[in-house]
Design a protein around this ligand. Sequence first.
Ligand code: ZN
Length: 140
Amino acid sequence: MDPAEFDLKRNLLIRAKHGSDLVQFITELAEDRGITAAVFTAIGAIKHAKLGFYDQEKHKYHEIIVDSPHEIASCIGNVSLKDGKPFVHAHAVLAGEDGNTKAGHLIEAIVFAAEIHLRELKGVKLERKYDEETTLSLWR
Ligand code: ZN
C-alpha cells in the first residue's frame, strides 16, 4: 500500500476510568470525539489483562492471561476505521511485581489507573479490510 498522509490535529491527554477496559475506553473516546484516525500511547497500571499472540500457522490468536496487577510499562497503538467505525489496535508491555514482563497484542486490560496521550490525525479515510494472506483486518 502507499502511505496514507495525515495532518496532526488535536492532542488529547486523558485518564482512563478506574475499572474500565483500556481498549474499550479508547474506542469510546474516539467515537465520542469523532476521531477516525489517531496514534496513542498509554502508561499506568492494570488489574488484569488479556494479551494475544497471533499464531501465523493456525491464523488465530493464542491468548495470554495476565491475572494479577501489572504496570503498563508501555502501550502503543492506533485508531483507524473498521466497518465504518473507529477501531483500536494496541500492543502492550506489562510488568509484574518482579519486573518480569508479558507483552503482546492487547485484547483487554482492566484499568487500575492509566494516562493516555492520543494524537488525532486528519487526512484520508484509513480503513481496515480482511486480508486473505494473514486472515487479519489490515489497512488498505
Ligand atoms: Zn496486534
